[in-house]
Design a protein around this ligand. Sequence first.
Ligand code: NAD
Length: 336
Amino acid sequence: MRIVVTGGHGFVGSALTSELLRRGRFRGEAVDSIVLLDKVAPPGAFDGVPLIHTIRGELVDTLPAAFAEPVDAVAHLAAAVSAECERDFDLGMRANLASTLAVLDAARTQRAQGGPLATVVFSSSVAVYGSDPAVPLPPVVSETTLPTPQSSYGTQKLACEQVLADFTRKGFVDGRVVRLMTVAVRPGKPNAAASAFVSGIIREPLAGVEAPCPVGRDVQLAIASPRRTVAGILRIAEVERGDGPGQLSGRLPVNLPALTVTVGEMVDALRAVAGDAVADRVIHSPDPAIEAIVRSWPARFDNARARALGLEPDLDVADVIRHYLDDHGITTPRTQ
Ligand SMILES: NC(=O)c1ccc[n+]([C@@H]2O[C@H](COP(=O)([O-])OP(=O)(O)OC[C@H]3O[C@@H](n4cnc5c(N)ncnc54)[C@H](O)[C@@H]3O)[C@@H](O)[C@H]2O)c1
């Protein structure tokens, strides 16, 4: 199996690559090669790993090299994030829409030339949902809720979902769409997403740094740990299509399971796991613009479609925090 991961040096791409290496198999067959496409330099985590090949550059420019040998599956994760796309419309159209069309065209050409039918798993987002005056969001959202995105990023994701479904209908690719929740806890530096504080209020206090929290304690969020997110992406990429139990039916995306929490519950869980001194580093610094964006996102999901495929949300926020500590070898006075 030769698997291409676009955005392979990013947060989810790195976690997915680690998990593929750990499993060593995809759809029951040995993984021979993982090709990471990204415009940024490799973080170094996979240096010297024989299965890993990296091709650096703008996605559309790296696709010919990636498809020079048969590609069995593509995890298409490369994207510009929400706030960047709002600030720079052309960037979003290029990085999210045009790049996805180029990935699909490369896979279609491979098939037309007698190569394998590539599985393409596309990481969409719950930013496809939004409350429109004519179609207000229901209190609980599912895959049958009409997506009416209220941002360029969400619109680009929704457009890609639809094109992917049509390429699948035409037999050009085997496309699958997973909509990710806010993935927490993200390591490293904050990114340009409006949701950056969600990881920040856990990560920075654990690193001894104060973390501004721009929203109130009552704000609800739909989150998932990197482990559950990667497990969900791989499950949807591997699951058989069909209408039977445990199969992927129809053209609808799968919303990955969401753990619904309030910001206050996140801080309380941090206090329980890591102690008062750590949790007291979360400083309420209201930012009405961020709060308005975050409150517009759906927070409650009907997880039935994901559950039917064997996917469950994280147990609770404390569990999400403990995963972060384990995955990054972080100890606190409470966990030593
Ligand atoms: N992390 C989340 O909370 C979250 C939530 C919903 C959806 N998603 C989606 O999941 C995917 C992965 O997210 P992430 O958090 O790992 O993002 P990330 O920003 O950490 O990683 C994305 C990677 O893609 C690369 N990239 C972007 N545009 C590129 C281009 N034109 N050419 C080459 N490389 C390019 C970036 O350099 C980066 O390394 C994205 O599609 C994102 O929209 C993420």
